[in-house]
Design a protein around this ligand. Sequence first.
Ligand SMILES: Nc1ncnc2c1ncn2[C@@H]1O[C@H](COP(=O)(O)OP(=O)(O)OP(=O)(O)O)[C@@H](O)[C@H]1O
Ligand SMILES: [Mg+2]
Length: 415
Amino acid sequence: MSGGGDDYKREESVVLIVIVSLAALSLLSLIAAFAYYCYITRKVSRRLNSHQLPKRSSSPAPLPLPPPVIPPQGKESPSSNSASDGAAAGALVVGAERGVQLFGYRQLHAATGGFGRAHMVGQGSFGAVYRGVLPDGRKVAVKLMDRPGKQGEEEFEMEVELLSRLRSSHLLGLIGHCSEGGHRLLVYEFMANGCLQEHLYPNGGSCGGISKLDWPTRLRIALEAAKGLEYLHERVTPPVIHRDFKSSNILLDKDYHARVSDFGLAKLGSDKAGGHVSTRVLGTQGYVAPEYALTGHLTTKSDVYSYGVVLLELLTGRVPVDMKRPPGEGVLVNWALPMLTDREKVVQILDPSLEGQYSLKDAVQVAAIAAMCVQPEADYRPLMADVVQSLVPLVKNRSASKLCNPNAQASRPLD
Ligand SMILES: Nc1ncnc2c1ncn2[C@@H]1O[C@H](COP(=O)(O)OP(=O)(O)OP(=O)(O)O)[C@@H](O)[C@H]1O
Ligand SMILES: [Mg+2]
């Protein structure tokens, strides 16, 4: 009986040893598996780290820049002042005002000698314009609105709205504005040579006044003004239609470089190709495109027409409308258009003030551009970019000439 009991005990301890060994073995394999897992994860993380980009600094990464707003079709044209003009286009869409100062009425009163007569440089439909000097020494032109009412207010707001968003070396820069109580004032860069109109018609438009603007200067003014309109039409979105483009809205700096001014009547154009906006007809007699005058349909081609009228003024030295002239000559476009494409006749219509100091070849080309711009059919008028392209070589050819040549000797045409 005791032998059977011993056998049983021995068997029991063998089973126990097997169980303990198995348990120890599985514990060991668990530990080994865990160790292997740790080893693998460390190795993987080390490998990942070695492929990572350098650590970010504590400052936040810059936000992506907004997409450029230059319309896709508006490729970099040779005419554009790309750096400043493109940036300005961005500002229009993004909608932030750029560096336009808010002035107090008293500040501007002091800057212009109390709006004294001696400081007055001109008078327009908006009000009088005064020369002034800011405390920092900058020369400015201050426009004092004297036209109360809705339209005046609208023009004031449009001017501030647009000019504070547009920046081009071919547009007059707005320095600031004042909207205090009933006062509405606009502060611009001062343009030492006033407007083109004054230089074309020293006698105020009546016959006999001799303009001192020479041919190369006229060509360059034509090109720079064209670039101003090209910028408005083709380099901002939506396009801006000036609506009151004329020789008194082309201002000249001390070196007779031109800038387009006065956006009080400007209108944002349609985004659609060939689209128009309907509006009441505003603008200046003699410059308004026929389809706009008749239907109120406004497109960028209405500005192209007005530009053509200014080209005719530069060519002929005649004001757009002068009913004191002989019958058939009162309206500049009607009188000049039939002669613009005839080489022999172009000579007859050129401004006598030029006294032959022009290149006939250039004059014929400028006349051809003017003829296209004042086409009665808007679709046949060129884009301002085309006008710019056509004028660039003419201006380059003449760039060696003096800017303004008051003492030019009379001579026969250059070619
Ligand atoms: N920034 C400026 N620098 C120098 N002179 C200026 C400036 N702005 C305007 N002027 C002068 O003031 C005159 C009046 O300008 P304004 O724009 O008020 O009227 P306008 O263009 O002649 O006519 P309208 O009001 O019908 O457009 C201009 O002809 C010009 O001689
Ligand atoms: Mg003006």
